[in-house]
Design a protein around this ligand. Structure first.
Ligand code: ZN
Length: 244
């Protein structure tokens, strides 16, 4: 079974389509939230994702905000401007689909959450200290998260029990991971690790080295044009070029 694991599409249909083509073939898809926000294609992204094989998806903070569950005052000015735009664009059936997404899912060895297992919609796992605190908040071997848009792995360190260590994943090289770990596949639609390439993970449960991390280039300029045409903040377009 090949599972495509993706996160933070952020209404970037060009990046999403590029990832789906690059990742094929796959048997099912797990999405870690934030399908909407920032980008110009919210309805198209939801409509594409909800038709994917075996789709399971949790809600992110942008998804929760457009559903009225998070006070928009918690967002910065530009994120707030794009949420106001999104509110005028999002079709009722797509809003309803987002509203059915849970905050957490457990699939075999994996717990899925957007931000963290402890606080699924909002907490950012940016450093080892926060990762360590979160290790006791899930019972599966792995926890998959998004939210920071930075691909990373925090894993229990056998040499120093109780500690965790950060591994950045080398793209293109399959790997195994046998310790309790928090894994972030990075972002499809708005990478923030100073690398503009879309980021995703494959898990193949029949392989000796089951994890594969990938980056793929998409047509950034096309998306930048649509962001500007929609009247969304210019900064949302600018950041895609360099991945920040
Ligand atoms: Zn996000």
């Amino acid at each position: 079974m090949r599972t495509l694991i993706l996160s933070d599409v952020h209404a970037n249909l060009t990046a999403l389509q590029t990832v789906l083509e690059d990742a094929a073939p796959f048997d099912r898809v797990w999405c870690l939230g934030d399908i909407v926000g920032y980008g110009p294609d919210p309805n198209e992204c939801i409509e594409t994702i909800k038709e994917l094989p075996g789709i399971r998806c949790v809600r992110g903070n942008h998804d929760a905000a457009i559903l009225g569950e998070i006070d928009v005052a918690a967002f910065n000015d530009e994120a707030r401007a794009s949420l106001a735009w999104l509110d005028t664009q999002l079709l009722p059936e797509n809003r309803a689909w987002l509203n059915e997404r849970p905050e957490r899912l457990i699939m075999e060895d994996f717990t899925l959450a957007h931000g963290s297992p402890r606080s699924p919609v909002w907490e950012y796992i940016m450093d080892i200290a926060i990762a360590r605190e979160n290790m006791s908040h899930f019972d599966t071997l792995y926890c998959l998260i998004g939210h920071t848009h930075i691909p990373s792995i925090f894993t229990m360190d056998a040499a120093a029990p109780g500690a965790t260590r950060l591994y950045l994943m080398p793209p293109g090289e399959p790997f195994a991971l046998n310790r309790k770990s928090i894994i972030n596949p990075g972002s499809v639609g708005q990478p923030r690790d100073h690398n503009p390439l879309s980021s995703y993970l494959i898990h193949d449960d029949g392989a000796d080295l089951p994890f594969e991390y990938h980056r793929v280039a998409y047509d950034v300029e096309q998306v930048q044009l649509r962001i500007l045409e929609a009247g969304l903040p210019q900064r949302h377009a600018a950041r895609l070029r360099d991945g920040w």
